[in-house]
Design a protein around this ligand. Structure first.
Ligand code: SF4
Length: 269
């Protein structure tokens, strides 16, 4: 069915399906979102415009490499649950990205249809399946890995922190510190940002990289919103701040799955 629809789209050059919006006189009196979202029929219609390119420029334009034609094809087929799960393999926050990503210079800017007209409304479709899952989903969560007994501190509860937390739940992990010179010990004190009302879990961890050419890092909780990172590394005397990257690798095959940037004040030992 999806193939028939995309062939049809090639022939017909269907117009882009506009997302409905609140009328100005109504939206002037409330703080709700102005665009109100696609209906399932609208989403399937818009998805059917996708040509299912063999070398999809849209994927090249997506910073997290979502299989865009793949999730769009599942919308054409009406399988919204599979579609959102397909996106989740590369992106934990599609409801956010579908709304705030600058699609016009990313995926949609690279869509082949943009060369001669309107690109596929990739952002609107991503938003649609995320909202559909929230409102109608089965509640079946993605697979969660067996606990390893190890604990990891995620610094920050913004989009990157939430993504890392989601990935860590799905993947047994350990942490290694990269990009710092070995040598003098110093301490970085990291304050977690936290917005009231958001879910937030504090975990305790102690992470040590045993490699000689790598500094040692120990992460200790100070209170419920702060961690102290103790690092055997070298920093210039005048340095007042520390920045670095925690490289997260799987316990299974050592494959790097994520990098976390951290930032904090230096406390001389
Ligand atoms: S480039 Fe456009 S038409 Fe081609 S697969 Fe991506 S979204 Fe579909």
């Amino acid at each position: 069915m999806a193939e028939e629809l995309t062939k049809e789209a090639k022939k017909e050059k269907k117009p882009r399906v506009a997302m409905p919006e609140q009328a100005p006189q109504i939206r002037a009196r409330n703080f709700l979102e102005v665009p109100t979202g696609y209906t399932p029929e609208m989403a399937m219609e818009e998805a059917s415009r996708c040509l299912q390119c063999k070398k999809p420029g849209c994927v090249d334009g997506c910073p997290v490499g979502i299989d865009i034609p793949g999730f769009i094809k599942l919308i054409v087929e009406g399988d919204f649950t599979k579609s959102i799960r397909h996106i989740w393999t590369m992106n934990s926050l599609p409801a956010v990205c579908g709304r705030v990503c600058p699609q016009e210079i990313q995926c949609e800017g690279k869509c082949i249809l943009a060369k001669k007209g309107d690109p596929v409304a990739i952002g609107n479709l991503e938003r649609f399946v995320a909202d559909w899952e929230r409102e109608n989903g089965t509640g079946a969560l993605p697979p969660v890995a067996e606990p390893t007994g190890k604990r990891v501190a995620v610094v920050g509860s913004g989009p990157s922190g939430l993504t890392v937390a989601g990935d860590l739940i799905a993947t047994p992990t350990r942490i290694q510190l990269r990009n710092l010179k070995p040598g003098t010990p110093y301490t970085a004190q990291v304050r977690l940002t936290h917005r009231a009302g958001q879910p937030f879990n504090i975990v305790e961890t102690s992470v040590v990289d045993q490699n000689e050419d790598q500094p040692e890092i120990i992460v200790k909780p100070i209170d419920e919103r702060a961690y102290r990172i103790i690092i055997n590394g070298t920093v210039p005397e005048e340095a007042r701040y520390v920045r670095g990257t925690l490289s997260i690798k799987t316990d299974i095959d050592g494959e790097e799955v994520k990098k976390i940037n951290y930032y904090g004040n230096i406390v001389r030992n």
